[in-house]
Design a protein around this ligand. Structure first.
Ligand code: FPP
Ligand code: MG
Length: 298
C-alpha cells in the first residue's frame, strides 16, 4: 500500500503543474517512508489515510530539505542533496512548496487530524531551532538534548501515529506514546550511527554531528567519564573539522567506556516500551516496525 502513498505524492506534485518542481521531485530520494508505514499499519488504506500519509511524507521531506541547508549537508541517503545539486535557494523554496502543498491538502482531511499534524510541525521547527542554538556551544545537558530530539524528530512520528489513530477510531494517546517513543529512539540511534557507521553506510560523512557542534547523547555520556585532561581535549575538538587521528581518539574513548552500548540501551528501552504497548493491543505489525528500528544500521 506504500505504493498508493507514492502515487498520491506524485499526484499532489502534478497538481502544482510546474515543470521545475516535477523535475526536482524526481531528484528527491524517497527514504524509508517510516511515517507513512506507521500511518498505514495503524489505519489501513482508505483514501483519507493514504492522503494523510502522503501529506506527512511531504512535510517530512520539506523539513529535510531545509535541514540539509541548515546542516551544510551535501549528501542525503548516499545521493547529493538538493542544496548540493541546485543550491540553498532552490532547496529552501522546494521545501516550502512541498510543505505548503501538504498543508493545503491537510485542510481536506479533518480538523482534528490537521491540528495534530500542524502542532507537530510547530514542534519540529522549534526543535530544529533548538538544535541550531545548542550546537553553538559545547552543551552537555541531557534533558535539553532529549527535549530537542523529541521536538525535532519524535513530534512528527507521534503526530503521524495520533492522526492515524483518529482516522481509525483507535485510542489516540496510546498510539501517540508509541510514535513518540519510536521517534526519540530513532533519533538516538541516528546519533549513535553518526559515530559507529562508516561513510558508505551512512550516506554522509562520519562524526559529522560533532564537527557541526552537535553534542549528542554519546558525547554527553562520554564527557561524564573522561579524565580532566581528556575532558579538555574533547572540548577543544568540538565544532571543528576533525583529523583522522582525532576521529579515532573519540571512537576509541567511546569504545573504552562502553558509551555506544549505554546510549543504545537507552534507545532500546524506549522501543521495548513501544513494543509492549502494541503487543497489548495485538498490533503485531507495529511491534515489528519497532523491532526493526533497533536493528537498523543505516
Ligand atoms: C533532521 O535532523 C531534522 C529534522 C528531523 C527536522 C528538521 C526540521 C526543520 C528544518 C524545520 C522546518 C520544517 C518544515 C516543515 C519546513 P538531523 O540533522 O539530526 O538528521 P539527519 O542526520 O537526517 O540530517
Ligand atoms: Mg541534518
Amino acid at each position: 500500500m506504500l505504493s498508493a502513498v507514492e502515487r498520491k505524492i506524485e499526484q499532489f506534485i502534478a497538481d502544482l503543474n510546474d515543470k521545475e518542481v516535477s523535475q526536482l521531485y524526481l531528484q528527491l530520494p524517497k527514504g524509508k517512508r517510516l511515517r507513512a508505514k506507521l500511518i498505514l499499519k495503524i489505519a489501513g488504506s482508505g483514501l483519507s489515510v493514504i492522503k494523510t500519509a502522503a501529506i506527512v511524507e511531504m512535510i517530512h521531506a520539506a523539513s529535510l530539505l531545509h535541514d540539509d541547508v541548515i546542516d551544510d549537508a551535501y549528501t542525503r541517503r548516499s545521493k547529493p542533496s538538493i542544496n548540493a545539486l541546485y543550491g540553498n535557494k532552490t532547496a529552501i523554496m522546494f521545501g516550502d512548496i512541498l510543505y505548503s502543498k501538504g498543508f493545503l491538502e491537510l485542510n481536506h482531511i479533518s480538523t482534528e487530524v490537521a491540528k495534530t499534524v500542524s502542532n507537530a510541525v510547530v514542534e519540529l521547527s522549534l526543535g530544529e531551532l533548538k538544535d541550531v542554538s545548542l550546537s553553538k556551544t559545547f552543551t552537555l545537558d541531557r534533558a535539553l538534548y532529549l527535549e530537542m530530539i523529541y521536538q525535532k524528530t519524535a513530534s512528527l512520528m507521534e503526530a503521524s501515529a495520533g492522526a492515524a489513530a483518529l482516522l481509525a477510531g483507535k485510542p489516540k494517546e496510546v498510539y501517540m506514546t508509541y510514535g513518540r517513543n519510536l521517534g526519540i529512539a530513532f533519533q538516538m540511534i541516528d546519533d549513535i550511527l553518526d559515530i559507529t557507521a562508516d561513510e558508505a553506510t551512512l550516506g554522509k560523512p562520519a562524526l559529522h554531528d560533532f564537527e557541526e557542534g552537535k553534542t549528542t547523547l554519546p558525547y554527553i555520556y562520554l564527557y561524564e567519564v573522561l579524565e580532566d585532561d581528556e575532558k579538555e581535549k574533547l572540548r577543544s575538538l568540538h565544532a571543528k573539522r576533525l583529523s583522522e587521528e582525532e576521529q579515532q581518539w573519540i571512537k576509541a574513548k567511546m569504545q573504552e567506556h562502553h558509551i555506544i552500548q549505554k546510549s543504545y540501551a537507552e534507545a532500546k528501552l524506549l522501543v521495548e516500551e513501544a513494543i509492549a504497548l502494541m503487543k497489548s493491543r495485538g498490533e503485531d505489525a507495529l511491534s515489528q516496525i519497532a523491532m526493526q528500528m533497533i536493528d537498523r544500521d543505516f
